[in-house]
Design a protein around this ligand. Structure first.
Ligand SMILES: [Zn+2]
Length: 171
């Protein structure tokens, strides 16, 4: 499989480090829990994975469910999104599973991943349906983004209207 590094990523401070710089760039390991999204054959199943090791061509992750070799996976890190293929998966410690991922592509996180997408506003407010990593990412993002805070405010008002309507019709 061809490994593609997007221009600018390799030189950036959050570079997907080439082999020779590995010891100087422990960022992926330091980051810990990330969102892992299975794209194929179970589209958009979202799991909380922990990156436990990174090498020049891939990484080892731990997660709560087993993966199949050949599954396509997307790992959402803070500044980059890593696409890869599952090479192997075996039971690990504490009932978790350890999977080897071969990286196929690393891209800078697209803007829509950084802003809260509309579809995640309600899960965020109702505190369900998101992984801890995603929630933390959104919370951090909201501190710096006026636009998303406005969207959250609108969603709060909408949900209040909905609950007011449903309590009226229920009585
Ligand atoms: Zn935003």
């Amino acid at each position: 499989m061809e490994v593609t590094y997007m221009p600018g990523i390799a030189q950036g401070q959050h570079s997907y480090a080439p082999e020779r710089d590995r010891r100087k760039e422990p960022r992926f390991e330091a980051f810990g829990i990330v969102d892992a999204i299975l794209r194929d054959p179970k589209p958009y199943a979202r799991l909380a994975a922990t990156i436990v090791d990174v090498s020049g061509s891939g990484m080892q992750i731990e997660l709560p469910e087993p993966l199949d070799a050949g599954d396509n996976i997307e790992l959402r890190l803070k500044d980059v999104t890593v696409f890869g293929e599952v090479c192997n998966c075996r039971p690990g410690k504490g009932g978790r599973y350890r999977a080897g991922i071969r990286t196929s592509q690393v891209i800078a996180s697209p803007l829509q991943n950084r802003h809260l997408p509309d579809v995640d506003l309600e899960p965020y407010l109702k505190k369900k349906g998101l992984t801890d990593a995603q929630r933390k990412f959104y919370t951090d993002h909201l501190e710096t983004c006026t636009q998303c805070r406005e969207n959250i405010e609108k969603a709060v008002q909408f949900l209040q209207k909905v609950s007011a309507l449903s309590s009226k019709s229920g009585s």
